[in-house]
Ligand binder design. Sequence first.
Ligand code: NG1
Ligand code: ZN
Length: 546
Amino acid sequence: MACFHEVALVSGRHPKPVGLVLQYGTAGFRARAEQLDHVMYRMGLLAVLRSKKTKSTIGVMVTASHNPEEDNGVKLVDPLGEMLAPAWEAYATQLANAEEQDLKSVLTSILDNESVNLQKVARVVLGRDTRPSSLNLAQAVIDGVSALDGTYQDYGLVSTPQLHYMVCCWNTMEHYGTATVEGYYQKLSQAFLAMTKQTPYHPEELRQLNVDGANGIGALKLQELEPYLEKKLQLKVHNNGVNGKLNYLCGADFVKVQQKLPHGLLHIKTNERSCSFDGDADRIVYYYIDESGCFHLLDGDKIATLITIFLQELLVKTDLDLQIAVIQTAYANGSSTRYITEVMKVPVHCVNTGVKYLHHKAQEFDVGVYFEANGHGTVLFSKTAENKIRQLAQDNNQLVERINAAKMLENTIDLINQTVGDAISDLLTIEAILSIKGFTIQQWDSIYTDLPNRQLKVKVSDRQIIVTVDAGKRVVSPAGLQQNIDALVKKYNLSRAFVRPSGTEDVVRIYAEAETQSNADTLAHEVSLVVYKLAGGVGEEPKLLH
Ligand code: NG1
Ligand code: ZN
């Protein structure tokens, strides 16, 4: 039986507010920053146990992504840069919620359940976003790691995907890349420059990209990256955090949900290619304003489609027998699913909302392209696929066209962050593809036309009373809610709607899609009223927004 007497002593500096209950949700813990000090400390403890158990380096990222600046959060990153294993998410919740006097026994039970050998060394790497609260919270993580004699490396201010990259580098003996931010920039920029080597320097207006940094870490990191790009791409970074507030009226989530320009980019020129990151730079969406002043969003579904077209063409050219698939969630626009399956003939799989579900599903294929509509996504290449591609790229006995296609794929493998969705790596991938194909943003946009859609949120007294099945697309409880939604959906052409409790915010999310924007808006509103009535809505009744 392990002894944790020393932990109890230090824990006094990071006490848990009595009765506070939090849950390790879709993306770790998220709450108001002032509620999280003890959670951070305890996640430091848990990271040490996880590291000892897996005999690997474990990551801890302090961020609340696209949430308001006042919030914060923490998530653990598993050995290959992927999300924490589900059994350990349950331990994380138990540990975060244990009252002070029970902390030792919860730790001991994890240790015993998992047969963790306390004698093993532990290494934790951590990073944090730019929130004012992040520095102290990261220190609480360090205190937790140190309390169990773990070693740590603090990467300080990094994007979430950069931290995932570091974890993967550490655990692959730097086969994946060098475990420094410079190593990350070098790896990505080299791949980007190699991919675009054959394409000419486009005129300045085509090389230029507006980036909304959400006043977060992504803006800082892009400025660091730019010198590595040898002017092949010119980044105009807006919302760099100097004046604005993190995620406030800007950022990928704002743009996606509001379907409008972020502050700081309200005056972009007609047809200018622009994009937004979220607060921790793991999401990206593109957009532009057309000649008639209309806003066009190119979200995760459009990104997945562009990348899949590019990869599929290359795979055909290599003549390698590799299976490609696209993974989406219920939030994917119906038009994208139809286009990918019916026109491109690429299989699409729909999984539960949450990156870990997409990531796991994508691992089943030689090439798995996964994107959430909100702009979080990446591409996974299986080891077999990667080996076949790299072998062909070196095989001078093959046709030049096959070899070149393999080389292009090889560089794509190096450019895309295979541990998690990464706004910087996705940006470079998209820019490389647009440049190689000579596509303008309008040409990319015209691949298919989105069905108008609307997302809303409703606050209820307990969102967990909503239980869903079928990748979150159907409600089984409370009784009658699904029948009501079905009846409403029937009223509109080409429509679809579903509701599910959020895993990151205390709300129920509503999604509706229809042939016209006004029908999508009305349907979303009608569904939100039903949720409000049948699932214990709090506050004012939802109003129809125009
Ligand atoms: P919740 O709050 O569970 O809907 C949101 C996103 C997820 C995922 C997580 C993690 C939507 C509708 N939901 O989850 O896709 O990205 O945040 O950040 O975009
Ligand atoms: Zn994020």
